[in-house]
Structure formats: structure tokens, C-alpha cells
Ligand binder design. Structure first.
Ligand code: CTP
Length: 443
């Protein structure tokens, strides 16, 4: 039997082999595919005029790091903010700025850069896309290379994504909003804007998204939509159970796995709500996040939303017990050396409660549990799956993964167990999402 990841479950190789041998239907999964997400994609990155051009340099690097090849096209206004030299150095390709440029493009010598550059693109991304350029696109104007190329692109095969960037008043102006809505109904994908301090000194909506956020959007754009139409509810992180106003009980869960699962589900086209315990992590793009503190808060947030969900993924490391009567004031030492007496009550099991709901029982809500164990992973995960009455239980070794960027998983269902070898949490989350999609929509 092939054993992958000798230290996955903290066992010796022979003990691991024995455990796995006892599972007749155990199947190891192929090693995780860690190719960069945009491997093989060719992106035409268009820059129109705006101060956010400085972010386009970082975006270009990020796209290349993610495996894409990048062809930069700039308008004359963009050249006022950043030079083609910078963009050529970062993209490793000559930059095109003029429709009268006679150099060969896309391997063709026909002096038609506007045709050739768009034909070889997997997507055209305009970042930054100024208010003026949005208006231009809307009207189908074609008086410079970038607008000409956008108009000449084969609409059915070359998607157009735009990252608006402008002053907040320009952004909320009815003309801009009308133009964005129309561009969207013409088939373009508008990637949204950030909010905050602007170069003009004002504060509000209209900043171009950060390079990392744009990269997340592009990766999501290219991900097959295996969870389209699904409403996915995810719990993540630890919970915090107060002892008094300044102390409490929690655990070492960082929330990284749950956040990765939420991101992967959104990439796969689901409408995602993430109920997060106290963690210090940025919210993945395009999801609804609800922050909670205690297990009771998490239960309430989940029960309020479980009814409209079609998939529930319980990744949170929910505290099993909470102090029975938390003090409203800080508990003080009285000098006697006596320790306080704490009584505990058990927290309600959120996953088991959701799994008992009518929707889950009727097969309308697919429930996935996690098991954080310190030993006997396979046995504990199987027991937990039956006890919580869920179709899929994902086991992992808590002490090996809490706070880390990598993990290894053991998927346990009615057919047996499948091992997902150690990989980045996001890679594993994407594999898990595929597994869930295959169970919801069997081929
Ligand atoms: N879980 C939950 N509500 C709880 C406790 C656990 O929803 N009050 C969920 C977790 O999110 C996870 C699964 O149940 O999906 C298993 O959690 P885990 O902490 O591994 O196990 P416990 O049920 O707490 O059992 P034990 O502590 O005995 O291992």
C-alpha cells in the first residue's frame, strides 16, 4: 500500500500502515497539485490614466508570480503616471501604447496590434480603468490602441475585466454608475472598488482594489463553477468563553483553514457566508463575514442562516465547555493563595444541531464536519462522523496544523477514507470543495 506523508497522523510508518490496512476502502489521493493558479493563462493588462497606475506594477508581478504571462498595453494618459520601461521590465515583454506601432505582435507582422493582442488573450484586464475609459468602452469608441483592442476583442471567447479607479465623487456620479451597469450587461466583469483615503485627499469609494485583491478576483474568475447556485455556510476559528471581563478560555485555532474553505467555495461560484470566531485574518473577497466571540454567539449566527444554506461546513474549533457563571467584574486575588472555583457547562454542538435539522435530514443541506484530533485520527474521525450524523467528516491533527499555513486531511465518508497529503491550506480547501461538489452533484 502506498503511504503518503509518513508523519501525517503522528504515527510511525508501520503503525500507520497497520491503521490504514484495517480500512479496506482506504484510498490515498494523488499528491496535491501545487501548480500556480494562473499557470498557462495569458493576460493582456491594460492601463488607463490614473494615479492607481502605481499599483499596476505590483499587479503585473503578482500575475506573473501566479503563473500567467502578461502583455501590457497602455494609454497615453497612463504613460503620465508610470513608464512603459517599468512595465516592460516587470512583464518581460515590450509594452504596446499606440495603434500605429509597426512592431510585430502576437507573432504577426500585419501592423494590427489591436487584433493580434486580443486574439491571444485568455482575458483582458483593465487596471486601472478610469472614469473616462469606462465611458469610452461603453460607447464602443476606438481612438487609441487599448480601446480599439477592447472593441475588437472576440466577446464570446475573450472576457473583459475592469478594475475602476477614481475619485469618490466621480465613482458615485450617476453617469459612472450607469456606465458600469451597462458595461456589465454588455458582458464585462466589473471587479469592484476599495474604500478609504484617496490620493486627492478625500475619503470614500473609488480606490482601485489592491494588487492582492485583484489577483484573488482573477483566480476566482478562472475557477470552474462547481458550486454555482449553492449557498455555503462556513464556521471558522476558535471561540472565546469568558471567565470574567478580562479573561477567558479559547484554543489555538487560527481560522486559516476555515477562511481558505470559504475562499475556495466562493471561487467555485457559491454564495458564501463565513461565521468567524475571534481571529486576525482578512476577509476573503466576495463573501459575507459575521464575527462572533462565544460558542453561543456562533450557534445563534449559524442557526439564523442554516435554513437558507445548501451546504454547511463546520470548521470552527468550538469550545466544548464554557464557565457556568462568568463574573461581571474582574475576579481579584484575595491574598490567601486560593484559586477560584470554576464550574463549566457544555456548549451545544452546532454541527450536530444543524445536521438534525429538517433540511439536512431531507438531503437539502449537505453537512461537513471537521475533527481536530491529537491521536487515532482515523478511528476518531469515523466515530465522530457517526455521532454527528454527517455524510462527510474531515479529520486533521490539531497540534500539527493550528496556526500553520499547511495541513493534511483525512476525508471520511460512508465509503471509506481518503487521505489528502500535506499541502497549503488553500490547496487542500480547493480539493475539499471539489470533493463536496462531486457529492452534491454526482456525475
Ligand atoms: N462542533 C460544533 N459545535 C461544538 C463542538 C464541535 O459545531 N460545540 C463541530 C466542529 O466545528 C467540528 C466537529 O464538530 O466540525 C468536531 O469538533 P471537534 O472539536 O473535533 O470534536 P468535538 O465534537 O468537540 O469532540 P471531542 O472534543 O471529544 O473530540
Amino acid at each position: 500500500m502506498l503511504i503518503i506523508g509518513a508523519d501525517l497522523f503522528g504515527r510511525t510508518r508501520s503503525a500507520q500502515t497497520d491503521t490504514l490496512r484495517s480500512m479496506t476502502s482506504f484510498s490515498p489521493m494523488a499528491p496535491a497539485d501545487e501548480l500556480p493558479e494562473l499557470n498557462g493563462k495569458h493576460i493582456v493588462l491594460g492601463l488607463s490614466g490614473g494615479i492607481a497606475c502605481y499599483k499596476a506594477a505590483e499587479l503585473c508581478r503578482a500575475l506573473i508570480k501566479a503563473g500567467a504571462s502578461v502583455q501590457v498595453v497602455m494609454t497615453e494618459s497612463a504613460e503620465q503616471f508610470i513608464t512603459p520601461v517599468t512595465m516592460q521590465a516587470l512583464s518581460g515583454r515590450p509594452v504596446f501604447t499606440s495603434q500605429w506601432d509597426t512592431r510585430a505582435s502576437g507573432g504577426q507582422d500585419n501592423n494590427m496590434a489591436h487584433i493580434n493582442l486580443s486574439r491571444e488573450a485568455d482575458a483582458i484586464l483593465i487596471a486601472p480603468c478610469s472614469a473616462d475609459f469606462i465611458a469610452k468602452l461603453l460607447h464602443g469608441r476606438a481612438d487609441d490602441l487599448l480601446s480599439l483592442m477592447c472593441l475588437a476583442r472576440p466577446v464570446a471567447t475573450v472576457p473583459l475585466l475592469i478594475a475602476p479607479a477614481m475619485n469618490r465623487e466621480m465613482y458615485v456620479h450617476p453617469a459612472t454608475q450607469r456606465n458600469l451597469a451597462q458595461l456589465q450587461s454588455d458582458g464585462a466583469t466589473v471587479l469592484g472598488v476599495g474604500s478609504g483615503f484617496q490620493a486627492c485627499g478625500e475619503t470614500g469609494d473609488g480606490r482601485m482594489l489592491e494588487p492582492g485583491e485583484l489577483l484573488e478576483e482573477i483566480i476566482a474568475f478562472f475557477t470552474p463553477k462547481s458550486l454555482a447556485g449553492q449557498r455555503v455556510l462556513v464556521t471558522a476559528g476558535p471561540t472565546y468563553e469568558a471567565i470574567d471581563p478580562v479573561r477567558g478560555i479559547t484554543n489555538l485555532s487560527s481560522g486559516k483553514m476555515g477562511f481558505a474553505v470559504a475562499r475556495a467555495a466562493r471561487e467555485a461560484g457559491a454564495d458564501v457566508t463565513l461565521v468567524a470566531g475571534p481571529v486576525n485574518l482578512p476577509t476573503p473577497r466576495g463573501i459575507t463575514r459575521i464575527d462572533v466571540k462565544s460558542a453561543s454567539d456562533m450557534l445563534e449566527a449559524v442557526m439564523n442562516r442554516a435554513q437558507r444554506a445548501t451546504v454547511f461546513i463546520a470548521n470552527a474549533a468550538v469550545a466544548d465547555w464554557r464557565p457556568d457563571a462568568p463574573s461581571t467584574q474582574k475576579i481579584k486575588k484575595d491574598g490567601s493563595g486560593q484559586t477560584p472555583q470554576l464550574d463549566f457547562v457544555e456548549n451545544q454542538d452546532i454541527l450536530a444541531t444543524v445536521a438534525q435539522s429538517a433540511a439536512a435530514q431531507r438531503g437539502k443541506l449537505f453537512c461537513v464536519g471537521f475533527a481536530a484530533e491529537s491521536h487515532n485520527l482515523l478511528e476518531n474521525a469515523q466515530t465522530k462522523r457517526s455521532r454527528k450524523n454527517v455524510p462527510l467528516l474531515v479529520g486533521n491533527i490539531g497540534p500539527d496544523t493550528f496556526g500553520q499555513d499547511h495541513n493534511a486531511l483525512l476525508l471520511v465518508d460512508s465509503k471509506g477514507a481518503t487521505e489528502m497529503p500535506r499541502a497549503a491550506k488553500l490547496t487542500l480547501a480547493r480539493q475539499l470543495v471539489k470533493e463536496i461538489a462531486a457529492r452534491i452533484n454526482p456525475p
